[in-house]
Design a protein around this ligand. Sequence first.
Ligand code: G3P
Length: 219
Amino acid sequence: MKFFIDTANLEQIKEAQDLGVLDGVTTNPSLMAKEGISGDENVINHYKAICAIVDGDVSAEVISTNYEEMITEGEALAKLDDKIVVKVPMIKDGIKAIKYFSKKGIKTNCTLVFSAGQALLAAKAGATYVSPFIGRLDDISTDGLGLIEEIRLIYDNYSFPTQILAASVRNSAHILGCAKIGADVMTGPLSAITALLKHPLTDSGLATFLADHAKAAGK
Ligand code: G3P
């Protein structure tokens, strides 16, 4: 399973990249706003800065919601770097735009997906990635990981090449759940990735090893 980080924060992206396990980045307008990035030029420069840090795909979301404007915006984003994946919302014009981008060889990420039907449509349109938001489904007492299972089954039934990018991942249990089901990618915060490092027996075991070593060395 590929690990993407879901942030526009350059420090966190660098930290995840330095850890050696990062396969890509996802951003959205809220994450860009959180970093105080606004204005066309700043947004473009920020995407370029992210692409300079990571080796893998970088999702950049369109703001437009009508077909023609999505095409103009998406083509401009795709020209910034080969790593750019145009992130398009799951709406009627979005599906048409994904079909267009797919024919042009531009990578896409269909975002704001909350049902298996939406995921099926995104795959039919030729999306490179589909982003089901598991944390937001959990927030409304719906089974987010259950949706990943449904989409996995449907995509496997028909060998759709669209990759399941589990989004709105909030914690390490979500990451493990995605890995067990067979999501192709998960995107989450740095905290969820680094939480995978932690186990109390690792900490206590290491403390004992170091103490024993010091005792044997007469320290
Ligand atoms: O980038 C889309 C998605 O990952 C958002 O996550 O935590 O805002 O629900 P969240």
